[in-house]
Design a protein around this ligand. Structure first.
Ligand code: ATP
Length: 334
């Protein structure tokens, strides 16, 4: 896996548990979502009723799971955690829903990947706090309604656009998480360095934060690698020198681009004169599958304005030329 992959595997998620902020007040960044959620939770507390269902959308690694846990902690309620891919049959969901306690928080990660029949059951449960349990098969089948105590669904998705409108409409509040400012990432890293008992300097932390692509999960991972580097080199402090040397070793440049990102830009500029060039041609030039270029490298390059998608293919922006230390042709966009 790439060191700048915003997703994490099981092992990494286990490491992350200790680093998750526990309360809203400890959650740096995302000021809008934090303030909006704070209001929603406070109002629910005063009314002594569960809040509206909450949908959190945004790219991986920005803190959706952490926020779901914070919501439960702020409401002083237990949380049940499951995910869309784990719910393949309506029965899987019925079993979970029928065992929820009053006020409990049900976290549904990757909610856009839930099976269709389960989705329909979820609409009803979210709206009317009811599930219809179907008994029997064929024409003789009967639906027995089962009342549920009020609860709160927190759904998380990287692709809000993929959610069917009826499901999206059942969420009273949608919070969209955005990439973090470098200063917020530095605050997160400073706190985490303390939690992990890592000695650090402000410059070392800033250097890591600036290369973390606005994503706390990547920042945490880079911090661990820089700590490894510092320890192996007998320094035991995450300072500017250790951060620069370790990140050079792992091929993450000053802008957070890795080898694949740079290879894509390099091919675009040097081999195709800046493009536009078709995705599959570009992929062959960097020795990757088109899907890898499109889903792994492109999103960040497009977001940061290095690469532009045009109807005639991919094109390098003036920023891409500059990043490679090349002179942009007058026709380069941006
Ligand atoms: P995914 O969609 O891949 O599950 P996610 O959006 O749910 O990702 P989390 O699992 O909540 O993200 O966060 C990933 C890591 O980043 C965790 O270690 C978490 O502690 C850290 N993190 C995320 N946001 C923050 C934040 N605002 N403050 C501190 N740490 C954060």
């Amino acid at each position: 896996a790439r060191i700048v992959d915003p997703g994490g595997d099981e092992d990494e998620r286990r490491l992350e548990v200790a680093l998750r902020p526990k309360r809203l007040a400890d959650f740096p960044g995302q000021p809008r979502v934090r303030d909006q959620l704070g209001l929603l939770l406070e109002a629910a507390r005063r009314r002594q009723r569960p809040p509206d269902h909450v949908l959190l959308s945004g790219p991986p690694g920005l803190g959706k799971t952490s926020l779901a846990m914070i919501i439960a902690a702020e409401l002083e309620q237990p949380i049940r955690i499951t995910s869309g891919p784990a719910i393949q049959h309506a029965g899987d969901l019925a079993a979970i829903l029928s065992s929820l306690a009053e006020g409990e928080v049900l976290f549904l990660d990757e909610i856009h990947r839930m099976a269709r029949p389960a989705e329909e059951m979820l609409y009803l449960a979210m709206e009317d706090f009811r599930v219809d349990v179907v008994v029997g098969k064929g024409p003789g089948a009967t639906a027995i309604p089962l009342e549920l105590p009020p609860f709160t669904v927190v759904g998380a998705t990287t692709r809000a656009g993929l959610l069917p409108a009826p499901l999206r409409d059942r969420f009273g509040f949608t919070g969209h998480l955005d990439f973090y400012a470098t200063a917020d990432l530095a605050a997160i890293l400073t706190r985490n360095a303390t939690l992990l008992r890592i000695d650090s300097t402000a410059q070392g932390i800033d250097e890591i934060a600036g290369r973390s692509r606005g994503t706390p999960r990547i920042a945490n991972r880079l911090l661990r690698r820089v700590r490894d580097y510092a320890q192996v080199h007998g320094k035991d402090v995450v300072d500017l020198g250790a951060a620069r040397a370790a990140l050079a070793l792992f091929d993450v440049d000053e802008s957070g681009l890795d080898r694949l990102d740079r290879a894509v830009l390099d091919a675009l500029c040097r081999r195709f004169g800046g493009g536009p060039v078709g995705l599959s041609t570009l992929a062959v030039a960097v020795g990757e599958e088109p899907d890898t270029v499109e889903t792994v490298a492109e999103p960040y390059l497009v977001r940061e304005g290095y690469l532009v998608r045009t109807p005639r293919g991919r094109a390098a922006s003036a920023l891409a030329w500059k990043h490679l230390g090349l002179t942009a042709p007058a026709t380069a966009v941006g």
